[in-house]
Ligand binder design. Structure first.
Ligand code: MF3
Ligand code: CO
Ligand code: CO
Length: 275
């Protein structure tokens, strides 16, 4: 039995397994947090180029968040000490920024989550350093399509499993691997809340989607097998077969007539090439 809980004020919310249903106040808070997150990624598109280090990009992200009156939700989260995750080539997710310089042909995911006035805007996009090979660009295009097909399946009356089914169906056509170890998640006043949004599975299964639900859709798609492993640093998740991996993430709400994307780029820079 899935339990839902209506959140209608400043009330404290807990990770108690309930699916939160938000009202107007939540939508307004998430629009602001989501817009800030998307605007930061718009700027990242200007910063990414061969020779730049991921640590430099992370520093700029943190400055932008603080200047906007937000804090990086990842800073201090379960011992994580950075303001973004930057995942290059065969890194699936949770890449730790550092002094590694980007190389011509790298593909990378930058994932940011500003916490603004109590609301989390969680989004990621792929970026190109210089000119990646065609097979890498194709993986990135299909991964973006997977996310958008998942979002199209997210509407009132549908089931959570419809989202993963739509994503998996598309990825399978290209023989790409869909990562199962990491999922989308409910969010709002909490960073990671119920439900878990798996990016594969069976249509018609799982909890019913209801207006006011907030969650992310963030498929990770591998050029090879779906298998992941986490490196000794406890964070960096990589493909076991060293194949390239891509990911996009939006924070969305279920509305009365479909969904609302909180983290769309205000300048149309939702996927590369950004030029
Ligand atoms: N932003 C990531 C997500 O999409 C979570 C990163 S948690 C961190 O859920 F600690 F690794 F930063
Ligand atoms: Co997320
Ligand atoms: Co994220």
């Amino acid at each position: 039995m899935t339990e839902y809980q209506t959140i209608d004020s400043d009330q404290t919310v807990y990770r108690d397994g309930t699916i939160k249903l938000h009202t107007q106040e939540g939508f307004e808070g998430m629009r602001r947090a989501g817009r800030l997150a998307a605007t930061i990624l718009d700027h990242v598109a200007d910063w990414v180029q061969p020779g730049v280090t991921t640590g430099e990009i992370d520093d700029r992200i943190r400055e932008m968040m603080l200047d906007a009156g937000a804090v990086p939700a990842t800073l201090g989260y379960r011992g994580y000490t950075h303001s973004s995750c930057i995942s290059i080539n065969h890194v699936i997710c949770h890449g730790i920024p550092g002094d590694k310089a980007l190389k011509d042909g790298d593909i990378l995911n930058v994932d940011v989550t500003p916490l603004l006035d109590g609301w989390h805007g969680d989004t990621s996009r792929m970026f190109f350093a210089g000119e990646p090979p065609l097979k890498a660009k194709r993986l990135v295009d299909v991964t973006y399509e997977c996310m958008m097909l998942g979002i199209e399946a997210a509407k009132p009356g549908a089931r959570l499993g419809d989202i993963g089914a739509a994503i998996e169906r598309h990825a399978k056509q290209f023989r790409y691997g869909v990562v199962r170890e990491f999922c989308g998640h409910g969010l709002g006043r909490l960073f990671h809340d119920a439900p878990e949004v798996v990016h594969a599975g069976k249509a018609g299964t799982g909890p019913e989607l209801k207006p006011g639900m907030f969650f992310t859709i963030e498929p990770m798609i591998n050029l090879g097998k779906p298998w992941a492993k986490v490196l000794g640093d406890g964070w960096t998740a990589v493909t076991r077969d060293k194949s390239l991996s891509a990911q996009f993430e939006h924070s969305i709400a279920i509305t009365e007539d479909g969904n609302e994307i909180f983290t769309k780029s205000p300048t149309g820079r939702d996927k590369p090439p950004y030029s």
